[in-house]
Write a protein of this length. Structure first.
Length: 261
């Protein structure tokens, strides 16, 4: 008979405890597992470092990370998303003139998986696919952060704080984060002013909306234009409604053609 790996068994015991009692305070995990507190703290630290568990700042309770929750979920394939999005992005540019990109969350950034393939009407990086935008400094990041689940948002912010630097400082500013989320939800779209991201196209502005499936954010679509080329009325009454419609069309295609793995 194969011998049990004791450390692994203990780690899985802790994960199962958190899964069934989330959000779980340290005392509750200690009581249920019966593990010595010193051992338990080492296991929890390791699980946090590996991205399986995170600890909430507000209540100091432990939760399974969104990464772990997604293992059993049907996730959106980046290749399938790009294939479905291409024609929609081109049609959107035909309608509104400005180019667009589709991005998905990869860790703590938003990765572009497809872009408008027609002739570019503004000078942007032709190799934008694969570029990763900061969640807290991009329109697609703001759109994702505002409309993802509270659990996922909490994990993202915790990990940004742990990483330090300017992203960590922004993530730790509760009032700033709450204001961004509220504004995006009220408008219906994330917004980025020029000179924020990405280099070298720092003179571009953008708005972005989420692509929903089963009431969850699976991706975000943006639209970009040069600074000063579009006024607020145009954004509100022309660009946003068309961008929202494009995102809904993409969601419908993903559903109808069963492009989710």
């Amino acid at each position: 008979m194969e011998k049990q790996i004791r450390v692994l068994a203990r780690g899985l015991q802790v994960v199962e405890c958190i899964r069934t009692r989330s959000p779980a305070p340290l005392a509750e995990i200690n009581r249920v597992t019966g593990l010595p507190k010193s051992t338990l703290l080492r296991i929890l630290h390791t699980l946090q470092q590996m991205g399986w568990v995170y600890r909430g700042r507000s209540d100091e309770c432990y939760r399974l990370s969104y990464h772990l929750q997604r293992l059993g979920d049907h996730l959106l394939s980046a290749d399938a998303l790009a294939e479905a999005a291409g024609p929609i992005l081109d049609a959107l540019q035909d309608d509104v003139f400005w180019p667009s990109y589709v991005a998905v969350r990869k860790g703590l950034k938003m990765e572009v998986v497809e872009r408008t393939r027609k002739k570019q009407v503004i000078a942007v990086n032709p190799e934008m696919v694969g570029v990763r935008a900061e969640i807290l400094r991009s329109a697609i990041g703001h759109a994702y952060l505002a409309f993802c689940s509270d659990t996922e948002r909490g994990e993202i912010l915790e990990r940004l704080i742990a990483g330090g630097g300017e992203p960590g400082k922004l993530a730790a500013d509760d009032s700033w984060v709450a204001s961004v989320v509220e504004q995006v939800r009220l408008r219906g779209y994330g917004e980025r002013q020029a000179h924020c991201w990405p280099a070298p196209a720092n003179d571009l502005c953008a708005i972005a909306v989420p692509v929903f499936r089963d009431q969850r954010v699976k991706a975000c679509i943006n639209m970009v234009w040069p600074e000063g080329a579009v006024d607020s009325m145009t954004i509100e009454h022309q660009l946003f409604p068309r961008l929202r419609a494009a995102a809904d069309s993409l969601a419908d295609i993903l559903d109808n053609e069963d492009l989710l793995p």
